[in-house]
Design a protein. Structure first.
Length: 178
């Protein structure tokens, strides 16, 4: 799952660094071609993703669908927020699939909140740690952590918070209502 989240961050970085959508589309197309060919081209993340596909841990179609989503986001023009929220929701949904969790609107809620948080927007309503735990019981710890990070995303002191690891673990272990 960490590599899927890293892939989302990589695609997000591509879009944020491109001076125009066509440049982002070219970079995304490169990723698409490398994954289709099963090549790593010296990029560690790409190599790991291709190994997961080769082992059957994830499907190439799932990664291809992510790339198409990010391509749509690059071309979104005047309404990038909806496309960006969808991309992050798809990333979370794929992580949920890897964790063998049944599909849920929570994936889309948390993915949208992460997008909004990363872009300085209101995250809206997001499930609490307890609600997430009650929905899934097991293997949902990553959702609790991501929801917590989405809630804290607008907090400029987050990078200097020396207790962040403890706070994240507290969210997973105690499942507080907030």
């Amino acid at each position: 799952m960490a590599d899927i989240l890293s892939l989302g961050l990589e695609f997000d970085f591509i879009l944020s660094q491109a001076s125009e959508p066509m440049l982002a589309l070219i970079r995304l197309k490169w990723w698409e071609e490398q994954i289709a060919a099963g090549q790593s081209s010296g990029v560690e993340l790409l190599g790991r993703i291709n190994r997961y596909i080769a082992k059957g841990a994830i499907r190439g179609d799932d990664i291809h669908r992510l790339i198409i989503c990010w391509q749509d986001y690059a071309e979104a023009g005047n309404s990038p927020d909806i496309a960006g929220q969808k991309c992050w929701a798809e990333i979370i949904a794929l992580c949920g699939k890897i964790a063998q969790l049944p599909e849920s609107p929570l994936f889309y809620q948390i993915g949208s909140a992460l997008y909004n948080s990363r872009n300085g927007r209101d995250i809206g309503t997001i499930a609490t740690a307890r609600e997430i735990q009650n929905s899934y019981k097991k293997r949902a710890e990553f959702l609790i952590i991501l929801a917590y990070l989405a809630r804290r995303g607008g907090d400029q002191t987050l990078a200097n918070d020396h207790l962040i690891l403890f706070k994240i673990l507290w969210q997973v272990v105690s499942k507080p209502s907030a």
